[in-house]
Design a protein around this ligand. Structure first.
Ligand SMILES: [Fe+2]
Ligand SMILES: [Fe+2]
Length: 280
């Protein structure tokens, strides 16, 4: 029998509907029949407000999956935990470690999990599933775990460090994507895609016997992409023949403009309240 999977944006940087609110961050809700999960939690407890307005109950969510440790994805961990007390956490072992963004004056700004989120994770010890490698979260719904960085054109660096002084680059090994197969092909939810969006999609294809990629939703982190990287990213999307794209969050306005220009009929908004229905 066919099953419907509904993905809804609970937190994103933009909003186009009355009563819903936006913040710099990302959180998706996924409903698969009677079962549900959260992918990321935004930067605050805003996901609760938006879930209420969207009439989405988090009470029975089985999993809170974290794409990586940055605070714009993990700031709502405590709120999510309280709203979904039965949920297990799925995160990479490097996600809770200290993370900083470099500043021109040489002092780092903390951008990792805040104290409340880290404490919540710590207390949930028995309900944590560490996802260094591919892990099934719910039936047929997987997180990638660590993503190999194979493409030379995807600069997966950036001003990210493990220490405040900016001496140790943070390879963000915790970055992971969520994916599931449908009748039309794979659906991929991206947090920030710090591993590179093409690396991520090619790795998921490797894991799934090269199933076609039907849809990608979320952050593509192309803010600082060079023209060469953009060109090769667009060429990869054409080659992969991705049917539906909902780029948002950290994708960056110039990259968004290029994506919407290159794939006008395939792009849609990832703003708070957007939702997608898939059949599998
Ligand atoms: Fe982000
Ligand atoms: Fe990030």
């Amino acid at each position: 029998m066919k099953e419907t999977i509904v993905v809804t944006t609970l937190v994103e940087n933009s909003v186009h509907a009355r009563g819903l609110l936006a913040e710099h961050g990302l959180a998706f809700h996924l409903q698969a029949g009677p079962r549900s999960l959260l992918f990321d939690t935004g930067q605050s407890d805003l996901l609760l407000h938006n879930a209420l307005k969207l009439r989405i109950s988090l009470a029975n969510a089985e999993a809170i999956v974290l794409s990586h440790g940055h605070s714009d994805h993990t700031g709502g961990v405590d709120a999510a935990r309280q709203a979904a007390p039965k949920a297990r956490f799925f995160l990479h072992p490097a996600a809770p470690s200290p993370k900083f963004a470099g500043s021109p004056d040489g002092t780092g700004r903390p951008i990792g999990m805040d104290a409340a989120s880290a404490e919540t994770i710590c207390k949930a010890a028995k309900r944590i599933v560490w996802t260094a490698t591919r892990t099934e979260v719910m039936e047929g719904i997987f997180v990638t775990g660590e993503i190999p960085r194979q493409n030379a054109f995807e600069d997966t660096g950036g001003p990210f460090f493990r220490d405040e002084a900016g001496a140790q680059p943070d390879p963000l090994l915790d970055d992971q994507a969520l994916f599931f197969d449908t009748a039309d092909g794979l659906v991929v939810l991206l947090g920030c895609a710090h591993s590179g969006v093409v690396n991520t999609l090619e790795y998921i294809q490797h894991l799934t016997g090269s199933r076609p990629i039907h849809a990608i939703l979320g952050g593509l982190h192309l803010l600082t992409a060079t023209p060469e990287r953009m060109e090769k990213t667009l060429a990869a999307f054409r080659r992969l023949d991705i049917q539906r794209l909902a780029p948002g969050h950290c994708t960056g306005l110039p990259a968004l403009a290029q994506l919407w220009t290159a794939f006008p009929a395939r792009c849609s908004s990832c703003a708070v309240g957007a939702s997608w229905v898939f059949q599998r």
